[in-house]
Every structure is written in C-alpha cells, then in structure tokens.
Design a protein around this ligand. Sequence first.
Ligand code: PGA
Length: 249
Amino acid sequence: MRNYYIAGNWKMHKTRAEAAALAQALVAQLKDGKHKYLVAPSFTALETVAAIVKGSNILLGAQNMAAEEQGAHTGEVSVLQLKDLGVHTVILGHSERRHTYKEDDGLINKKVQLALQHGLEVILCVGELLSEREAGKAEAVCETQTVQGLAGVAAADFSRVTIAYEPVWAIGTGRTATPEDADAIHAYIRQVIARLYGADAAQQILIQYGGSVKPDNAAQLMAKENIDGALVGGAALKADTFVPIATFQ
Ligand code: PGA
C-alpha cells in the first residue's frame, strides 16, 4: 500500500515573516496528519522555514536548483547551498520552469541526477499543454518527459524520486483534470516506470497530481488508484485551504 504525499509549492510568494506564520500554522495543524508532507518556500525563506519545520512531520523542499554544483552561475542556487539549509527535496521540471524559463528535458535531467547524487529527494514534474492534450499527445508528452527526466538515474537512487503529473492547462486556472483523466495518465506513467525500473518500482513510486487541487476536489482525486497525493500551488498558500487537502478523508 502506497502512502499519500501532499506537497505545497509556495512559488514566488511570501516574505520571511509570512512564510514563518504559515509554516507555524502547518506544523501545529498537521502534527497528527498521517501522510507524507512537504512545503517548498522561496529560496529566501528556506532558512526561516527550516527552523520551524525541524523535528516536525513536514519536510523542507526547494522549488528549483542549478544543474551545476557550484561556479560562475549568476543568479543560480546550488545543491550544496540547499543541503546546507536543510533542504530534503527539490522540485524539478515544474511547468513554469519548462515553459516560462525554457528549461528542456536535458537540463532537467542534469538537475535530477545532481540532486540524487547529493542525497536529496526529487519531485519530477511532467505534464502536457492544452494543445498537446487536444492533439491526443498527452501520454506521449508525459512519457518523453519521464524517460528523459530520469535518464541515467540508477535503480538504487530511484526510490528517492516522486513524479508529479501536472497538466499545464490545469495549473493556476481553476480547471482540474477529472479524476478519471488524471488517473489514466498516472496509470500510463506507472507503465513507463515499469518498463524503466521494473514492476515493483512502478508499484511503489508515488505519483502526485497537481493543477488546481482544492479542498473540495482533493478527496475525489486521491481516491483514484494511481493518484498518490498532490502538488498544491494556490491552495498551499493558506493553512485554511492546505490543511483540509493534507488531511483529506
Ligand atoms: P495550482 O499549482 O495548485 O495553483 O494549480 C500547482 C502547481 O503549479 O504545482
């Protein structure tokens, strides 16, 4: 039986004081929560939030990192710096990184490999554009992003990988994939994983859904056989909306 994994991606929101207030509320309200939890604040709030979630059941995540360990990379943040702050997991290949900042599968794969080499966990995001879905290419796009994103990842490291299926047309739009449509893609991704890492790995990997997850749709989504949690954006910015998702029944 797979556990559920609920992650909050705070994106480019919150000052340190605002991030601290939210982290404190989540630590208090999720202390009896039964699932795996993660919050991913902006880089600027990582140290603040790290001190608050330390010793709690909430893991600390970063939203991105550089593909190189260190060096002349103005404006980038390295895996060494994230580890120094107590980061446990890094979200890679988010659709905003892919589409707004033009990150391709090759770059994302370098980041995935580097994060795993350094002992971090990875949430690898995959998902199709609306035009790709309408052209019947949703499965193919997710397959390519999964296969290329995981290229060179050893079976031994694969246990630290979570996939987040986030259809781009559902992110921040209020439009959610139906539980059936999402489950179908999750099942497809599981088949791709089975081909790459074997049937056991495919059964064990957690596949989150992301894209307008809210308190009123979380339970229906996560009731589906292949949906093992959520990567939450907008609704992760307030305890009032994140806690009901994180403690869904
Ligand atoms: P959303 O974002 O919940 O605001 O749609 C999800 C995400 O981008 O991870």
